[in-house]
Every structure is written in structure tokens, then in C-alpha cells.
Design a protein around this ligand. Structure first.
Ligand code: HEM
Length: 225
């Protein structure tokens, strides 16, 4: 069997990494922002969605396999690309070069945001043993407190914008990398569609931040409170 060269291995790594950014990470992001936006419908709707997630069997296993491990791998490959790639925006000011640079910067911001975000939600939830129906009141109070300060709001607005940009721009990169859109017109049209997807997800995230900021409502456990 022919051995693969270093270039081929590098090429394969980039392809698999761009696929991972779409599935499962991108799919998770879209669902996550969608589910959190249930807070704009009402506190009970939001609470029930957290109840559902926190009553899933093998929750930690599902999260590790489908969220944490892919996120960690994607980030590690991302940092490898960040430190090994050429930043040519200074030489060529084309929008695509700028977007490529922004893709890497937004990736670093999302990584930092995730450390903060999981450190204030999932980590204390696990630390204080707030599982099953106790998770929702606990997490909702954490978010209520975070969104009462401008620091909290700004961190979330930056985190959301960076994540949705990284995802929408990454979708374009994925389609190019996998040869899904080839012609120039198709590539231009795709960038418009993906920009709209990004804006829609940003809108969901911003609406959630606004709702939490304006109406910090605490809840009692749906069962056993
Ligand atoms: C309005 C914005 C957001 C809100 C209100 C929010 C809320 C939450 C909550 C409550 C949890 C804990 C879920 C649980 O343990 O049951 C969580 C976890 C998590 N969030 Fe967010 N989040 C927001 C934005 C984001 C963004 C932009 C990202 C991606 C960059 C993100 C990534 C994650 C990840 C990876 C987890 C851990 C996996 C999980 O427990 O589901 N979140 N978020």
C-alpha cells in the first residue's frame, strides 16, 4: 500500500477539520442558539428545554463524544493552522484574505469565550451536583446574574458574533474545500446565503441576551421543588 506524504496528511487534516466544524460543531451551535432563544418565548419554555437536556440518558457521554471532543480537536487543529499559516492580508487586501484572517481571529475569540462560558455554566452545575430538574433553576439564575452586568452582556455579544461569523464563513470554506461549490457565481451566491444564515443565528443570540437582560426571571424546579 502506498504511504501518504506529509502534504497529503496535511490536506486530509484540513478537510476533516472543516467537516468537523460543520458536523457536529456547527449543528450544535445552530441548535444551541435556537434552544436558548426559547427564553424569548417564555421562562417556562426555556426551563423545559433545559429539563429535557438534563434528563437525557448518558448526558455526559453524549456531550463528551458529540460536543467536547470535536470542539477540542477542532480547536487544536485550528491553533495549528493559526500558527503555521501565512497571514497575507497585508500584501493582498482582497475581501477573501480579510475573511480568512478574521476566521482565525474569531476562532481564537470563540475558544476564549467557551472557557468563560462553560466555566460559568456547565462547570459550576457539575461542581454543585445540579442535575436533572435542579439544573434549570441553577443555570437560569447564573444567566440572569451574568446578563445584569454590561461586562456579561458584552462578553456574550462578542462570543455569539464570533461564533456565528466563524460558523457562517466556515460553511463557505467547507463547501470550497470539499468541492461542493465550484463556479465563481455559485461561490458568490453561496457567500450571500451563508451570510444570511450567520445573521439569522446572530439575531437569535442577541434576542436571547436582550430578553435575559430585560426580564431576569428565576424559576423553581419543574419537579420536586
Ligand atoms: C445567548 C447566548 C447563550 C446562552 C444563553 C447559552 C446558555 C448555555 C447554557 C445554559 C449552557 C449549559 C447547558 C446545560 O448544562 O444544560 C450552555 C452550555 C454550552 N454552551 Fe452556551 N449559551 C449561549 C451561547 C453560546 C455560544 C455562542 C456558544 C458557542 C461558541 C456556546 C457553546 C456552549 C457549549 C459548548 C456548552 C457546553 C455543552 C452543553 O452543555 O450543552 N454557547 N450554554
Amino acid at each position: 500500500m502506498a504511504k501518504i506524504t506529509q502534504d497529503q496528511a496535511h490536506f486530509l487534516l484540513l478537510k476533516v477539520n472543516s467537516l468537523m466544524g460543520l458536523v457536529p460543531i456547527g449543528v450544535f451551535l445552530a441548535f444551541h442558539l435556537g434552544i436558548n432563544a426559547l427564553r424569548t418565548v417564555g421562562p417556562l419554555q426555556y426551563q423545559l428545554s433545559i429539563d429535557l437536556i438534563n434528563n437525557l440518558p448518558f448526558l455526559l457521554g453524549i456531550e463528551v463524544v458529540f460536543i467536547y471532543a470535536p470542539l477540542l480537536l477542532h480547536s487544536m487543529v485550528g491553533f495549528y493552522i493559526y500558527f503555521s499559516g501565512k497571514r497575507n492580508v497585508r500584501h493582498y487586501g482582497y475581501p477573501r484574505n480579510w475573511l480568512y484572517t478574521l476566521q482565525r481571529i474569531s476562532g481564537v475569540i470563540v475558544f476564549a469565550f467557551l472557557i468563560y462560558h462553560m466555566g460559568t455554566t456547565v462547570a459550576p452545575k457539575l461542581f454543585y451536583g445540579k442535575d436533572l430538574f435542579l439544573a434549570a433553576p441553577f443555570l437560569i439564575d447564573v444567566l440572569n446574574a451574568e446578563f445584569q452586568t454590561w461586562t456579561g452582556r458584552i462578553i456574550y455579544l462578542i462570543g455569539i458574533t464570533s461564533a456565528t461569523f466563524h460558523f457562517a464563513n466556515g460553511l463557505w470554506g467547507f463547501c470550497i474545500s470539499w468541492g461542493i461549490i465550484i463556479g465563481q457565481t455559485a461561490q458568490r451566491n453561496a457567500s450571500i446565503v451563508f451570510a444570511m444564515v450567520g445573521l439569522a443565528l446572530t439575531g437569535l443570540g442577541f434576542a436571547t441576551v436582550l430578553e435575559f437582560s430585560l426580564h431576569p426571571v428565576s424559576v423553581t424546579p419543574t419537579v420536586g421543588g
